[in-house]
Design a protein around this ligand. Sequence first.
Ligand code: MG
Length: 279
Amino acid sequence: MAQTPKLLVVTDLDGTLLDHHDYRFDAALPALERLKRHEIPLILNTSKTAAELISLRERLGTAAPYVVENGAALVWSSGLTPDSDAPLGAMMGQRMQPFGATRAEILAALAQIRRDTGLRLEGFSDWDRDTLIQHTGLDPDSAAQALDRHFSEPLLWQGSDAELKLLERALRRHGLRLLKGGRFVHVIGQSDKGRCLGPLRRAYQRHWGSMPRVIALGDGENDVAMLDAADHPVLVRSPVNPLPRLSAAARPRAYTPEALGPEGWNDAIERLLAHYQLR
Ligand SMILES: [Mg+2]
């Protein structure tokens, strides 16, 4: 039999590996255990900040690289070497490869847009920790971690759809983009959750001596770039959002488990491991 290819698992968190309502991942524990047994890296790719991921990475037992703030930066971890021409900074004591605008650039553009358009924009940068807690219900530690952002600015959206379009156009002129979440819209640079896959594939290819196949799992619109770029895109059903729409090229490769959230995550990983004869 041909040698089993090396696999990477790249996953969204909220609504995908973590339950939409209670953020638990118990239902995915059997599959997580099997990934560990087969030493398949679990790479988190999320809108969360690096600070927010510290304890979660520990609880998930993953030391693999991870991607923060909607694809804006890839934090490398030991044993892996980024491309030699990659721009690198530092984050969490590790090498960090940025893909998008910095938060300072984003905040400067937003200040300009406020002046130019008169739009009432209110976001994390306008708040202290207690105000953020009032708006989100986060506990104090989580609120402090959520405020520790480097590449994105969440705005509490309270305007009309027409105003949102106006904001989107203004951001585009500054080379920025808008991602719609739930109560918040996120202003980010020209990065997306798919940009990290090339650098990750190449780094693991150097590490292992063979090109890995990528299993990617997500439940939202902001996951589409990641899913489109994966060998095995998995569309995880959400209790609140419609399934994101993949490119025509990626759709035939996609798998959509019946169960929602982490339970669907578990099913998809078990099915793909079985496909590769990994028990
Ligand atoms: Mg999600």
